[in-house]
Design a binder for this molecule. Sequence first.
Ligand SMILES: *Cc1c(COP(=O)(O)O)cnc(C)c1O
Length: 348
Amino acid sequence: MFDLPNLAGRAANLWRYQESLGINDSKNYVSFGEGPTPLTPYQLNGREVLLKLDYLRPTGSFKDRGTAVMISKLKEWGVAEVIDDSSGNAGASVAAYAAAAGIRAEIFIPAYTSLGKATQIRAYGATLIKIHGGREDTAEAAWAAAARSFYASHNWSPYFLAGMKTMAYEIAEQLNWKAPDWVVVPVGGGSLIVGLWQGFLDLRACGYVTKMPRLVAVQSENCAPIYEAWKAGRQSVHCVQKRQTAAEGIAISDPIRAKQILQAIQNSAGISHIVSDDEVWYSLKLLASKGVYIEPTSAAAIGACSTLLSSGVIGHRDIVVIPLTGFGLKATDKIVEHCSDTWREPEK
Ligand SMILES: *Cc1c(COP(=O)(O)O)cnc(C)c1O
């Protein structure tokens, strides 16, 4: 773990927390010098929350935190080619960092993935393979192909998780070494919520923060294995029937890290909450009308937080952080399809 006095002299990027990231030699860092993302106050339902603008990372999603560390480790190991499967953002992130590292990448995505993400993966020079089927079929296809390559799965890699912990470190540092009362997190594969939890545990173990935040695991009502398990008090998930959802980044019906996700919720005295696609679109438009342009998946957390504030589950004096995980430009095609008829045209 890093020492607080050492941080003062270090550059403002995620490698300032290098002792927690597991890369042996700094010459293997694959990095664009990406700095901390803003933690910015925002009025939601007349109450102040803090938005963590993590869509402002090099590839437009928070996945870059995990990928920077994972790809750095693979470079350290001398891996020449990788495979990952993704709902889009992790694939784009792996494609970008692999390109920077000189590693060949092959990315499997479901055919329904937003055009913005698919285009981005291609533009970075990765081989893109679209699978007609669901997110799980995509993972299976990648798993089979990994027999001839290196399976750099963001859902399995402990290095990816280590990168996610930097979100907790960064939030605590921005709050002057304090944890917020709540963090409201969209949950798919669970690397973000589990990484946050582990990061705050590190901070508490070192005495850098004294209390832990409560975590809210947000899912879509169309695909909610974690919510269902949490509600039933189970320690593991039952694979659920998935319906199509606007929140494509969290549509994972059988998350590999389910047990850790459920423990993070339970141990933080947290909760799980589901939102409808209507709430997702409403929240997306609400934030865009204030100049914050996020993709539908990220809007799920706004919808959930809004309900939890109104119902009093989250107290009005509580410090609440909402990580905004993906940029609106990622999902241009989906947003045009859904929203363009509600946009005002100029008077003729
Ligand atoms: C991947 C993703 C999530 C979910 O993160 P997990 O770590 O898989 O739980 C949330 N929002 C966006 C935009 C994503 O791409």
